[in-house]
Ligand binder design. Structure first.
Ligand code: ASP
Ligand code: MG
Length: 450
């Protein structure tokens, strides 16, 4: 039995948290591979280093060193501390080289912001060694995680990663060693770090699970699991015990911040079950996400909302009959890596849902299209996408009617609908001011009284 265990920033964020995590690892049976995020606050610190002029590199290195050593001094002493410090100092020199690198290099940012994981993994492996558990800290390069794609938006090459990890990591497992691998990035074909985007360590862990054919992926975080709604909006929200991959993917993508949305695919491909667990309450069962699930007779399992979005509507005569034009529009937007959350078309309009922050650059891109083709572009800011997730939601007759009836109760105007793209979720757009009311009405009506 191979378990891949991923621990997030708060779970490795202090000496106390690291001890807790080490105990969780020690208590887990079978072969284990661990993937870690940077200690909480570290990646944000590194982003600020990249975003500001580097006037005093020594001060940056000192601050970075101290943030880690304050915790390390509570964990290690004597010989083990000396051994740890030797490895730590080598990494610190590499860190200094990274921040002083060529800022014009497109992968400068990826290299610097991914440095935190190299230190959290080292700390955790030493905590395990202190407990007499054989362990080794591996960078993504050493573990064989291969990344492709654009800076700060990489994806793993699953096949190359599988062959790399089979050579580099599997033999360690056979020797009873627990590898602690850096999350968040892989090495591109030149061996240079390329990150999977912010929050990407969950995805790293799923990639690792896929690559080594794990039996289970455990994502250890600081919440109890997926909830039926955001507990800040719905205090009576309940934890979801079980979900299928499709439901979890939709929820993660459209709102719930429990998992990085890309975590599902690498494990779904190999039918590897995934558990979300709270490292502060290891005895709690968390949420289990897997392929087959006993179907419960509930209509909705969760209601999530993605806020701060805008609808960009492009009007052009008979656009529905000009697919090449729609393709050109999408290509233009794709060129700048803007995420389109939803698209809907009519005879003479095509509407896109994008984040508020992406509107200006999207409009700039669209201006580059042949002016004669487009009659008008309208923008409606500050809308939110409601994502209602349930098992085979759309198979049930009359469900959307029921749900929109409930939305009417909240006195909200539905601005855009994307029904049918997925059979587990019904997604629609309402004005930001109505989000809380809509989520409350849906939760009360379909989930609240269970
Ligand atoms: N440390 C990275 C971040 O904060 C990756 C992760 O934590 O998932 O974005
Ligand atoms: Mg995270």
């Amino acid at each position: 039995m191979i378990t891949v265990m991923k621990f997030g920033g708060t779970s490795v964020g202090s000496a106390e948290a690291l001890n807790r995590v080490a105990n969780i690892i020690a208590d887990t049976e079978g072969e284990k591979v661990v993937v870690v995020s940077a200690m909480s606050g570290i990646t944000n610190f590194l982003v600020s280093v990249v975003d500001n002029p580097l006037t005093d590199p020594d001060a940056v290195v000192d601050q970075f060193r101290n943030k880690h050593l304050i915790e390390a001094s509570q964990l290690f002493d004597g010989d083990i501390m000396n051994e740890f410090r030797a490895e730590f100092d080598t990494r610190l020199e590499a860190f200094r080289t990274a921040i002083m690198g060529d800022r014009a290099n497109p992968l400068y940012r990826d290299n610097v912001v991914s440095q935190g994981e190299r230190f959290s993994s080292l700390m955790l492996s030493y905590v395990l060694k202190k407990m007499d558990i054989k362990s080794v800290a591996l960078s993504s390069e050493q573990a064989g995680i291969v990344a492709v794609g654009n800076p700060m938006a990489g994806s793993a090459d699953l096949l190359k990663t599988a062959s790399g990890m089979t050579m580099k990591v599997k033999p360690l497992l056979a020797m009873g060693v627990v590898p602690i691998i850096t999350g968040f990035y892989g090495a591109n074909e030149d061996g240079v770090p390329l990150t999977f985007g912010r929050g990407g360590s969950d995805y790293s862990a799923a990639v690792v699970a896929n690559a080594i054919d794990a039996d289970m992926l455990e994502i250890w975080t600081d919440v109890d699991g997926f909830m039926s709604a955001d507990p800040r909006i719905i205090p009576s929200a309940i934890k979801i015990d079980e979900m299928n991959f499709g439901e979890a993917a939709e929820l993660a993508y459209f709102g719930a911040k429990v998992l990085h949305p890309r975590t599902i695919e690498p494990v779904r491909l190999k039918h590897i079950p995934l558990k979300v667990k709270n490292s502060f309450k290891p005895q709690e069962p968390g949420t289990l996400i897997h392929h087959l699930r006993k179907s419960k007779n509930e209509l909705l399992r969760s209601v999530a909302a993605k806020t701060d979005l805008s609808i960009i509507t492009i009007s052009s005569a008979e656009i529905a009959y000009r697919p090449a034009m729609v393709a050109r529009i999408i290509e233009k937007i794709a060129d700048i890596d803007v995420i389109i959350y939803s698209i809907s078309t009519s005879l003479s309009t095509v509407a896109f849902l994008v984040h508020n922050n992406d509107v200006t650059q999207t409009l700039r891109q669209l201006n580059g299209l042949n002016g004669g083709d487009i009659e008008r572009i309208d923008v409606k800011n500050n809308v939110a996408l409601i994502c209602a997730v349930g098992d085979n939601l759309l198979d049930k007759c009359g469900v959307s009617g029921d749900i929109f009836g409930a939305v009417k109760e909240a006195d909200a105007n539905v601005e855009m609908i994307s029904e049918g793209a997925s059979d587990v979720s019904l997604n629609f757009v309402v004005p930001m001011g109505k989000v809380i009311d809509v989520v409350k009405v849906l939760h009360d009506r379909y989930i609240g009284d269970q």
